[in-house]
Ligand binder design. Structure first.
Ligand code: SF4
Ligand code: SF4
Length: 130
């Protein structure tokens, strides 16, 4: 007899609520000097990071804890939480407790510049007189 399949329940109590500590907005994959420079600018700001996910989509990330995350890492508005939260972590392969969502992660301008240089990307604008 087949065993009944148990619904997946992420171990939120153990993980420290890591998916509740940021917001992220998808951005276009940078392919121009202006786009590279915009990302450099994002990364000049405290707690603003940029990442590429496993689908190679680019995002700007704001490291900002949700106001509804309680000290014990439970959600204070669980029954009324946004749909986006409901959709997250419904499957083991979606929950970042098990796997990093990042293909590339840039937490500083220097890291991003190093990445571009390692790819041979000409990202610098020509400065007048140089
Ligand atoms: S990352 Fe996964 S385990 Fe951690 S709080 Fe989010 S859904 Fe729960
Ligand atoms: S509303 Fe609740 S589930 Fe959604 S990010 Fe905030 S604490 Fe997490």
């Amino acid at each position: 007899m087949n065993k009944p399949i148990k619904p997946f329940r992420p171990p939120c109590g153990d993980c420290g609520g890591r998916c509740c500590q940021y917001t992220a907005i998808e951005i276009d994959r940078p392919v121009s000097k202006t786009a590279y420079d915009n990302i450099r600018w994002y990364l000049c700001h405290t707690d603003v990071h940029v990442f590429v996910d496993h689908d190679r989509k680019w995002h700007v990330e704001f490291r900002s804890r949700c106001e509804n995350l309680a000290v014990d890492h439970t959600c204070r508005i669980y029954d009324d939480r946004p749909q986006l939260c409901r959709n997250h972590g419904n499957a083991e392969d979606e929950c970042e407790y098990y796997d990093s969502p990042y293909l590339h992660y840039f937490s500083s301008r220097e890291e991003f510049e190093h990445y571009l240089c390692s790819k041979g990307v000409d990202w610098r604008f020509k400065q007048p007189g140089k």
